[in-house]
Design a protein. Structure first.
Length: 162
């Protein structure tokens, strides 16, 4: 069973480089991700070579169904746009920067997120990283831990006096 992975795209990235429609680079990357999430590649294949002809319109294509897309207003990587954050409960997270808002990048991000979801430990061997993402990883974030607010109850339960 694969985990779920959330791919958050910073929509304020590249705000000084708006296109003719007034979109930031980050907004353009998010749009490319949305299109790639529901559409097969132009060559009709996924990263593993499987055909994608039986995909329902508007649903994630096979292999990307464990990936959800979200946006965030700022990842504080303004000088290194476009930036995205990949996260999954109980697993390490990753921030990627200096991404181009292209279909190729979007497909590479979705392929990587899918491999991350399918991995046993939340990591993907370097040899499997899609080429367009190599050199763009800024940091690896440790998995989140249980809420500290729960600690007092846990301690109280363990230290009860008969």
């Amino acid at each position: 069973m694969s985990a779920t992975v959330e791919l958050l795209a910073c929509v304020t990235c590249g705000g000084n480089e708006r296109d003719a429609l007034g979109q930031t680079r980050g907004e353009r990357l998010l749009r490319q991700l949305e299109v790639a999430h529901v559409a097969p590649r132009a060559d009709g294949a996924l990263r593993d070579g499987a055909a994608t002809s039986a995909i329902e319109p508007g649903s994630p294509h096979a292999g990307h169904d464990a990936v959800t897309l979200s946006s965030v207003r700022c990842l504080w990587a303004c000088k290194r746009s476009c930036a995205v954050h990949l996260r999954s409960p109980g697993r390490p997270g990753y921030v990627l920067v200096e991404l181009e808002p292209t279909a190729e990048t979007a497909h590479a991000l979705l392929d990587y997120a899918t491999m991350l979801a399918d991995s046993a430990d939340g990591s993907v061997p370097f040899k499997q990283w899609p080429q367009p993402l190599r050199g763009h990883f800024l940091c690896r974030l440790p998995p989140s831990s249980p809420s500290i607010a729960a600690a007092p109850d846990d301690l109280r339960d363990r230290n009860q006096v008969p």
